[in-house]
Design a protein around this ligand. Sequence first.
Ligand code: WTA
Length: 660
Amino acid sequence: MGVEGEVDLERELIDLLAVESFEPSEAFRARALLSDPAVYEEAAADPEAWWLRQATELLDWIETPSQGLDESDPPFYRWFADGRLNASANCLDRHVEAGRGDRVAFHWCGEEGEERDVTYTELLADVQRFANALRDRGIGKGDVVGIYLPMIPAVVVAMLACARIGAIHNVVFGGFAAEAVRGRMEFSHAKALVTVDGARRRGGTAPIKARVDAAMGAVDSIETIFVVRHTGAECEMRAGRDVWFEEAMAAAAPECPPEPMAAEDPLFILYTSGSTAKPKGILHTTGGYLTGVACTHRYVFDLRPDEDVYWCAADVGWVTGHSYIVYGPLINGATSVIYEGAPDYPECNAWWEIVERFGVTILYTAPTAIRACMKWGAHHPARHDLSSLRLLGSVGEPINPKAWLWYHKVIGGGRCPIVDTWWQTETGQIMLSPLPGIDAAKPGSVMLPLPGIDAAVFDENGEPVEGREGLLVLRRPWPGMLRTLYREEERFVETYFSRFGPQTYLVGDAARRDADGCFWVLGRVDDVIIVSGHRLSTAEVESAIVSHPKVAEAAVIGQSDEQTGQAICAFVTLEGDHEGSEEMIAELRDHVAERIGKLVRPKRVIWSGDLPKTRSGKIMRRLLRDIAEGRELGDVTTLRDPAVMEGLERKIAARRDEEG
Ligand code: WTA
């Protein structure tokens, strides 16, 4: 597509902006797994029975549960409590036993273009061996195992091997710094860590094991570090502690029967950002979580396991990867794509080449990736045959209508329904989304609560509101919900169930419901920001900045950003007479990268001699957000020194001019 093509496309998108909603095509509806709207009423009439039916239909149980929800001790809800099952057996054994062992579970694509197909039979064999290798190192039911790996097949093997023996996995996103891994291992008292010699990053390699060694010295609980050989990077192996993943597997017995787990036994912990600097260890259990992800993966993506090639382009280190790369697709017997690299490496068409190469039919990604592709231009996808695609998904942040329409038109060829799916690490499963064979989609809206889910928008007093902004809440427990915050029960109750009581889960997002009852999610109401679809805490970034010896004080806010949704903007006061220079900005960015990870580096640093504070000394981030967005300042009467704001406003304006 040339420049003219881009101009025509632009015109077409502007015309499409006038279209309020998009109905699924008759052709799609006719073949969809769910096409009768009565499913909503059926689930609403008896949600517990509906979920119990999903649990028994979609999963194999060692002991079938007789009950759905146990709400005797709110907000500590339990689901299917008398059932027993094993997650890895549901993902693997039952497909192999049913004769589907030769089906490809994953088409893996490496960054250098190498490919490996992993069948269900192969995955089961590897999982059993690694499960035994874990046992050989004294790891068993209830022990926590950290996993810090790039997007390679070993990450799935490691997760499912834990599930097989009842160990609890704690995956840390590969893009985080080793320092962030250390904290997460300490908080969870991890007994072992699975990591890699090195990771590939756009043609180069990063020495992961060496960095882990530097950071991990202090974690006493870690008895074993398994190291996957991937890039061949040199690494030191500490005698007694470190073992090669492949060697441990070769030495282990080939068969490992799945451990029967109670439905409420923990499956994994996943740390996510909250309002304070300390991440929250979201705990998910087995039976409810698996029911939630199996059901939503099947019906939201309208999955036909023997025909579809499904690709969730997230990283396995986030909840999207747990639920919709690993557990949901494998339980449903899907064939998926796992891609190690970036969408623009070696060129900006990398993703579209994969879609064409494997005939991907369902693609699930984040708005930030779509906006990046828009920026690179429609001529990249235009070089490839994308006609295999039949359904598109979006997750992680609000999608602006223009990006929605571009996705619909350029990637989906105008024929694919788009499911904009709202959910969280805490919810475990998709909660709000259109059902693609039933519902129309309005660009920018996450549409409706799925069957069995009860969502509402409340005002400050807990009254439902329509047509205006309020707080998103969930009014009825659902199977995939978090059960607690690991080792922080009080924080669990306080964060989610203190505002409106133990029956009502407080989401932390602002939302609006329109006259048709459709939900529009507007963003976070706490100090959580979402940068390129990654959920981060401003407090965590602040504490990293303040840990720099030359910094006296810092306040971090999310500033809206056309490309990344939000961008990190840091207001920093330096100690004594240190000067705020360009070099100092670079030093701070490096410092933050080292402490948490590159993706957390502030995009803007504003030097400020003083920060706006209340008389009691609390930093008023609300005002910082107002000036950063160029908004009229809110109430400033509680400020100790209103003059501070004028200085900051001038600096922000100057910075905007500089950036053009
Ligand atoms: C945001 C990611 C608008 C929201 C699965 C939520 C969304 C937070 C959407 C959770 C969406 C997620 N539209 N906003 N479709 N999906 N969010 O825990 O603010 O990494 O609270 O889970 O992402 O982020 P998390």
